[in-house]
Write a protein that binds this ligand. Structure first.
Ligand code: GLU
Length: 500
């Protein structure tokens, strides 16, 4: 730690839709910084160039802004420790990688993917954990230089001690011990010269003078690698706290295949950001007996207490969120602010103009608008399995199409009518059907009726999260796919596309 001023950060990777877990982690870091009069930073961790997109970054920033968690420094607002986007800091990481190579704390690894795969197979067969075996550590300096001169590609790996124990002192869990023999010799720089998350994360936390890192518990196994890096550089590490993952009521990990997890889903469903943040804050710090659970952000900051964070995964109970949201609407919004919220939610002039243009050719009286458009202003639709009888497509094909679309929609870098149409067309081709036939059950699942205003525009307007939710509901009604079905359908799509 270089600084006594508290500095925390949230460091999302822009590789998908903003997850409610990111809001949870951000809230934590925000509260701690505010409580200590410190700084809260937003850093974009986009070292995975293949999966990171500018669109995802934009949506993450928009979602966190909607939550009301304002950051003091970040890619959009700047600050004295920038740039705040890792893809703009490559030269910084390169010099630190050089430093580690020079001190022998990292080494060049020339192993081919084939050799690494053979090593893994052998380790698995012997029942040993998968871990780099140190093969390239045996090369002399001359050998390394010769291979490099011959143009052999290499990665830079972290040197890990052969014995001993690393102790991660977690602020909430206390000391956690890791045998060094179980810590992998992590790749720090990829063969294209780009750093991995681990190197970039440590260098940035140090240079940005981050004093406390609150992050999800999925990162706890990375902590020993990070602590090694801090000690090799001779830096003091920040204090660490790994937050338990949010859980479904059945205690399974909150995942978007099963439940809504996107921050924007909550916005699309008409939750107020204050209610969502209040709800997340209660998961971190429950109130005492008789204390009111309705808390605004300053109150949340004031009563935030690291020592009271539960270690077991807090249950994400939507009924509780509904209740809180209802209370916010009733108790905290006067008519004018209520109206403003409704406008912000779904009837902004821009959205209404688009909706009106789509609806005008399809109505005879203005009063037809209500039934025609109700689905755009609703959360879940009241459907039954019988609602799909009019789909004129056989049951297995409907389930296959809906299920494949869930996976394929998640892969879309851009969510708009034409990318959505592209997915349906691909699924229709794989099923040997016309896109129009395959679109019918989607009409029912999304609009509640076999015909409506144009489907793909409607899906764009509703947003990916709400569409996912409606498709999932439809699948629940028609029969949740088994693992085997999912695999079969996936390979049906793949082989149909390979044959083209
Ligand atoms: N980029 C990581 C993420 O997406 C950040 C992990 C950390 O906070 O160190 O969650």
């Amino acid at each position: 730690m270089n600084s006594t001023r508290v500095r925390t950060r949230v460091a999302p990777s822009p590789t998908g839709d903003p997850h409610v877990g990111t809001a949870y982690v951000a809230l934590f870091n925000y509260c701690f910084a505010r409580q200590h009069g410190g700084d809260f930073i937003l850093r974009i961790e986009d070292t995975d160039r293949a999966r990171s997109t500018a669109e995802s970054e934009g949506v993450i920033l928009e979602a966190l802004r909607w939550c009301g968690l304002a950051w003091d420094e970040g890619p959009d607002v700047g600050g004295p420790f920038g740039p705040y986007r890792q893809s703009e800091r490559s030269s910084i990481y390169a010099s630190y990688a050089e430093q580690l190579l020079a001190s022998g704390d990292a080494f060049k690894c020339f192993c081919t993917p084939q050799r690494l795969e053979e090593m893994r197979v052998a380790q698995r067969a012997a029942g040993r954990p998968s871990r780099y075996d140190g093969h390239c550590l045996t090369y002399s300096a001359q050998e390394v230089a010769a291979r490099e001169a011959a143009g052999e590609p290499y990665v830079v790996r972290l040197r890990v001690p052969d014995e001993g124990v690393c102790v991660v002192n977690d602020m909430r869990r206390g000391p956690i011990e890791f045998e060094y023999t179980s810590v992998d010799m992590q790749v720090l720089v990829k063969s294209d010269g780009m750093p991995t998350y681990h190197l970039a994360n440590v260098v940035d936390d140090h240079l940005m003078e981050i004093t406390h890192v609150f992050r999800g518990e999925e990162w706890v196994s990375s902590a020993p690698k990070h602590l090694l890096l801090y000690s090799y550089f001779g830096w003091l590490p920040p204090q660490l706290l790994h937050l338990p993952l949010l859980r479904n009521p059945d205690k399974s990990k909150l995942s978007k295949r099963k439940n809504p997890t996107g921050i924007l889903f909550f916005r699309e469903m008409g939750y107020l950001p204050e209610a969502l943040i209040n709800f997340l804050a209660l998961l971190a710090n429950a109130v005492g007996d008789g204390e009111d659970e309705l808390l605004d952000l300053p109150q949340i900051v004031q009563r935030f207490n690291v020592a009271h964070v539960p270690i077991g995964g807090p249950v994400f109970d939507l009924a509780k969120l509904d209740w809180l949201n209802g209370r916010y609407i009733r108790e905290r919004l006067d008519p004018a602010s209520f109206l403003q919220r409704v406008q912000d939610w779904a009837v902004s002039p821009q959205r209404l103009t688009r909706i009106a243009t789509l609806a005008a050719p399809r109505i005879e009286r203005l009063s037809d608008l209500g039934p025609l458009l109700a689905f755009l202003f609703s959360g879940r639709l009241a459907l039954t399995a019988q609602s799909f009888d009019s789909a004129k497509l056989d049951g297995p094909s409907i389930r296959c199409a809906l299920s494949l679309s869930l996976t394929e929609f998640d892969k879309l870098a851009t969510w708009n009518a034409s990318t959505i149409e592209g997915v349906i067309a691909r699924i229709a081709a794989a099923l040997g059907k016309k896109p129009r036939e395959v679109a019918r059950p989607f009409y029912i699942a999304i609009t509640g009726s076999p015909t409506s205003i144009p489907l793909y525009d409607s899906m764009e307007l509703l947003g990916r999260d709400l569409v996912r939710e409606r498709l999932r509901n439809a699948l629940d009604l028609l029969g949740t796919p088994t693992k085997r079905e999912l695999q079969e359908w996936e390979s049906l799509l793949q082989s149909a596309e390979a044959a083209v």
